[in-house]
Design a protein around this ligand. Structure first.
Ligand code: NDP
Ligand code: 8X3
Length: 258
């Protein structure tokens, strides 16, 4: 019996990186999972392998968190037994581009704000009433160190993660009296597809980000998320900031030279 047997955990952005690692870590604890992301074929494959390996139930749904009608329809059409969501992991997110603000690409700005901020709000707005009605639930947001201090050329990604930080704090204030727990896990550098997405498939440029440093793994972050989710009922972990030992801020990075 895992520590989360019979719990239902809803994960956004479960096809890659941190979301996928959370799916595996929570499956290993016996949780039943609602896995969502846009790439349904990747999701279906993951669901099959996890349900087989961990003998858990998985419900998967194609979901673009930017589409509020789709968010509504995915949540309202969940079978009754799947609506008892215990934990929501708001993970779906991305950075696009790396340029001075006067040269920024407006479509990239829209995509980051629509996904990281509005998407997180849409999903939370649909799931929270189900939790409040049951007088229990836990939302774990994936923020970033980018939401604690800005760095050159980070501008709109920073703004989106500062917004996640503010939303997390607001959720905590508005929801503690309704018995809903709120946590945020805010990583520094994690080696996932994040930089490949940021640089639109330029793997060489993405690789350079992690040059000479041992970055965090997606599993390291899943471990922190799991820590938040497995505390006794009277404990709320408000915030975990987690960075590689060699990264003291977004710009203070000790790199080994060859
Ligand atoms: P990945 O690119 O590996 O994974 C991102 C996930 O988000 C994918 O599963 C993708 O799935 C999903 N996603 C992106 N856009 C949407 C959307 N519109 N609707 C639904 N799902 C979406 O990156 P990470 O795992 O690193 O990123 C996960 C989170 O962690 C993000 O919020 C990111 O900001 C945060 N983070 C990452 C850090 C890092 O260094 N890697 C550091 C700090 C925070 P699909 O394409 O199938 O929809
Ligand atoms: C990702 C971490 O420093 O690349 O959120 O913005 S950083």
């Amino acid at each position: 019996m895992g520590r989360l047997s019979n719990k239902i955990v809803f994960i956004t952005g479960a096809t890659s990186g941190i979301g996928k690692a959370c799916a595996e870590a929570f499956a290993n604890e016996g949780a039943n999972l609602i896995l969502t992301a846009r790439r349904i074929s990747v999701l279906t494959k993951l669901s099959h392998s996890l349900s087989k390996k961990y003998k858990i139930k998985i419900y998967d749904a194609q979901l673009d968190v930017r589409d509020k009608e789709e968010v509504k329809s995915v949540v309202t059409s969940l079978p009754k037994e799947w609506k008892k969501i215990d934990i929501l992991i708001n993970n779906a997110g991305l950075a696009r581009g790396f340029s001075d603000i006067d040269e920024g690409n407006i479509e990239d700005w829209d995509e980051m704000m629509d996904t990281n901020v509005k998407g997180l709000l849409y999903v939370s707005r649909e799931i929270l009433p189900l939790m409040v009605k049951r007088k229990k639930g836990h939302i774990i947001n994936i923020g970033s160190i980018a939401g604690h201090s800005v760095y050159p050329k980070g501008n709109v990604y920073n703004a989106s993660k500062f917004a996640v930080n503010a939303i997390t704090r607001a959720m905590r204030l508005d929801l503690y009296e309704k018995d809903i727990k709120i946590s945020t896990v805010d990583p520094g550098m994690v080696k996932t597809d994040f930089s490949i997405v940021r640089f639109r498939g330029n793997k060489e440029r993405a690789e350079k980000i992690y040059e000479g440093i041992k970055p965090l793994t997606a599993g390291d972050i899943a471990d922190a998320v799991l820590y938040c989710a497995t505390r006794p009922q009277h404990i709320n972990i408000d915030e975990i900031i987690i960075t590689p030992a060699a990264q003291a801020s977004a710009i203070h990075i000790k790199r080994k030279t060859k």
